[in-house]
Write a protein that binds this ligand. Structure first.
Ligand code: HEC
Ligand code: HEC
Length: 229
């Protein structure tokens, strides 16, 4: 390549890249007000953000990836749970979910709660390109026929995607309660009902129903969980 061709290539290449870069930057900036629901950013939302900071909610929770991984991500919480559920939960977590929940009561005033809910709802309207990803719930299950009933239950637990949301002995997700000792607090019949019809226990419910499990699979899963004491 001649020196002058190389020079021209360099200059035009730089120019074109710069123009594309500026156009894309402009396009992104143009979209920000819509993607972040700028119009919905009220005084109350700002007040809620202050409560969030003051109470250090992100010691345990993440929003948009920032915070602790101990408790569920709350980026889309304002869409997952209705406002009155959130208010009741923030007033007293145990009132909504008795024993298995570990969220400490933050002793919030009613105003702080209203502000927080406005904040969580605003955050949930931010366009995040599908982030955080939904826990994947596998539909197929390949329990090994040869293994004992207890380990078949354990296999069913992972092959049905229960681990995406529940921890057992430190392994698994944190969307749902830890099930390491579920057998000590729930009887087998209760557990079976929770798996096939979760809404019967928790009216505002995030757990999918696993009605399609066969009777044998359900029995094996329940036996496994009931033995976790
Ligand atoms: C010490 C850790 C900790 C702190 C601090 C904390 N949380 Fe939580 N939170 C949890 C845990 C753990 C859960 C999961 C449910 C449970 O086990 O109680 C939870 C659940 C929640 C949920 C319900 C999630 C669902 O199931 O839909 C909301 C909403 C919530 N927290 C909001 C907050 C807000 C707002 C603050 C700050 C005022 C806060 N949390 C501070 C640990 C914490
Ligand atoms: C998408 C997340 C998700 C998946 C997948 C899921 N669960 Fe749940 N589960 C939850 C949540 C959240 C709760 C608490 C009630 C609520 O808020 O819906 C719960 C509650 C439970 C409880 C009751 C715990 C208690 O003591 O109150 C049991 C038992 C349970 N799940 C078992 C299972 C089993 C078994 C599977 C797989 C077949 C499963 N879950 C799959 C989210 C999930």
């Amino acid at each position: 390549m001649e020196k002058s061709t190389a020079k021209r290539l360099f200059i035009w290449g730089t120019l074109i890249s710069t123009v594309i870069f500026i156009a894309l930057t402009y396009d992104t900036l143009r979209q920000i007000p819509r993607r972040t629901d700028d119009a919905g950013l009220t005084q109350q939302v700002v007040a809620g953000k202050w409560v969030w900071q003051k109470k250090n909610c992100n010691d345990c929770h993440t929003i948009l990836g920032i915070g602790g991984y101990y408790a569920p991500d709350l980026t889309k919480e304002g869409k997952l749970r209705p406002a009155d559920w959130l208010k009741k939960f923030l007033k007293d977590p145990r009132a909504v979910m008795p024993e298995p929940r570990q969220m400490p009561n933050q002793h919030l005033t009613d105003k702080q709660i209203d502000d927080l809910v406005a904040f969580l709802q605003w955050v949930s309207n931010i366009h995040t390109n599908g982030w955080p990803p939904q826990p994947e719930v596998a539909s197929a299950n390949e329990a090994a026929a040869s293994s004992s009933e207890l380990s078949r239950g354990r296999l069913l637990f992972s092959s049905n995607g229960c681990t995406a949301c529940h921890k057992i002995n430190g392994m698994g997700g944190n969307v749902g309660p830890d099930l390491s000792h579920v057998g000590a607090r729930r009887d087998p019949q209760w557990i079976a009902q929770q798996i096939s019809d979760p809404a019967s226990h928790y009216p505002i419910n995030l757990m999918p129903s696993f009605k399609t499990l066969s009777k044998t699979q359900l029995d094996e899963l329940v036996q496994y969980l009931s033995n976790l004491k």
